[in-house]
Design a protein around this ligand. Structure first.
Ligand SMILES: Nc1ncnc2c1ncn2[C@@H]1O[C@H](COP(=O)(O)OP(=O)(O)OP(=O)(O)O)[C@@H](O)[C@H]1O
Length: 342
């Protein structure tokens, strides 16, 4: 395990036997999560994400391979040894999992009680956390009096209470509306940036990865089919069947149906230009008339990740063949151009 990595999976598989059928939920996964990063795992339902995250805190055991967390082989530990490592891992759930019998402060204080903090220290820590998540005035309310977003903020405060090194977020925004999702993601981002906590977030929502993750692993049928910096994976997803999750979720690349529709409604040569350097592309587009060509924007969009923006623009370019070729060459110099073939 390299000194920077907090979590390491080495050729990890987890199978479940049901009768004479075996399901491989996690299939030969190797990955490392470094200290201080936000690592996103994305995939369709059933891809194995929950099993993967549960392997990190020892709620699941691998059937092959090993899982190392905080320099210890968690997959080799007996149940009794797990409590200490688990106390350094906080977890946030899709359904919040708050105690309804306790008020907000009581929920946040719970892990501190378990960890043996004395009352005065607990009270000070709870006040600090409620301030951090913006819920100081709700300390004495009960979960049923809170909105979904507020409940999740309590969940995050509770997960952060004992100052863990790692925060596991299991579909933490899937039960929330888009505005509340954005607020919760911003809070997770602050936890990462201001408290330095390493986050592993599993989700089926592109938005979560886009806005908080540094690196992403795309899971499909138990395997990691693509991995890398979020920007790299999202700006040029591999065009394989397995990795279709990213391609399908990116709205800025026209689908086969979109292309058929565009061809019926526009004339000219159809190209897709990358907006990695949007300024340079705009400058070339502004010179279309001097090239003697015209173009129509027929599809596209831009998105931002934590570190950079990316996007694709699909254009139908009309004009004399040579002029179009020269214009496309100029665009290609500004942003990589792909032809859309019939
Ligand atoms: N305890 C279990 N017993 C049998 N099969 C299981 C068990 N846990 C998970 N599986 C199976 O393993 C596969 C992966 O499940 P997992 O819950 O890890 O996927 P997921 O990506 O988290 O999906 P979802 O988002 O729907 O929870 C599924 O086919 C699931 O039915």
């Amino acid at each position: 395990m390299s000194s920077a990595s907090l979590i390491e999976f080495r050729n990890v598989s987890r199978t479940f036997g049901t009768g004479n059928k075996t399901i491989t939920a996690v299939d030969d996964v190797s990955l490392t999560v470094d200290r201080g990063e936000v690592y996103g795992v994305i995939g369709f339902s059933g891809a194995g994400k929950s099993t993967l995250i549960r392997l990190i805190n020892g709620l699941e055991r691998p059937t092959a391979g090993s899982v190392h967390v905080l320099d210890q082989e968690i997959s080799a530990m007996r149940e009794g040894q797990l409590a200490k490592v688990r106390s350094r891992i906080g977890m946030v759930f899709q359904q919040f999992n708050l105690f309804h019998s306790r008020d907000v402060a009581g929920n946040v204080a719970y892990p501190l009680k378990v960890a043996g903090w004395k009352k005065s220290d607990r009270d000070a820590r709870v006040a600090e956390l409620l301030e951090f998540v913006g819920l100081s005035e709700k300390a004495e309310q009960h979960p049923e009096q809170l909105s979904g977003g507020q409940k999740q903020r309590v969940g995050i405060a509770r997960a952060l209470a004992a100052k863990p090194d790692i925060l596991l977020a299991d579909e933490s925004t899937s039960a929330l509306d888009p505005k509340t999702t954005a607020e919760v993601l911003q809070l997770l981002r602050r936890a990462n940036e201001e408290l330095g906590i390493t986050i592993v977030a599993i989700t089926h929502e592109m938005e979560v990865i886009r806005s908080i993750a540094d690196r992403v692993a795309v899971m499909d049928q138990g395997r990691i089919v693509e991995t890398g910096l979020v920007y790299d994976v999202f700006s040029s997803p591999r065009e394989t069947k397995d990795a279709s999750f990213v391609g399908a979720a990116l709205k800025n690349r026209p689908s086969v149906e979109d292309v058929e529709w565009i061809r019926r409604h526009s004339s000219g040569r159809l190209i897709i230009v990358s907006l990695q350097n949007a300024g340079a592309v705009s400058a070339v587009l502004g010179e279309a008339a001097t090239h003697g060509v015209s173009f129509e924007i027929v599809h596209g969009g831009m998105s931002t990740t934590k570190n950079a923006s990316y996007g694709l623009l699909t254009l139908a370019v009309d004009g004399e063949s040579d002029a179009v070729t020269a214009f496309v060459a100029a665009l290609n110099a500004a942003g990589e151009v792909q032809e859309v073939h019939a």
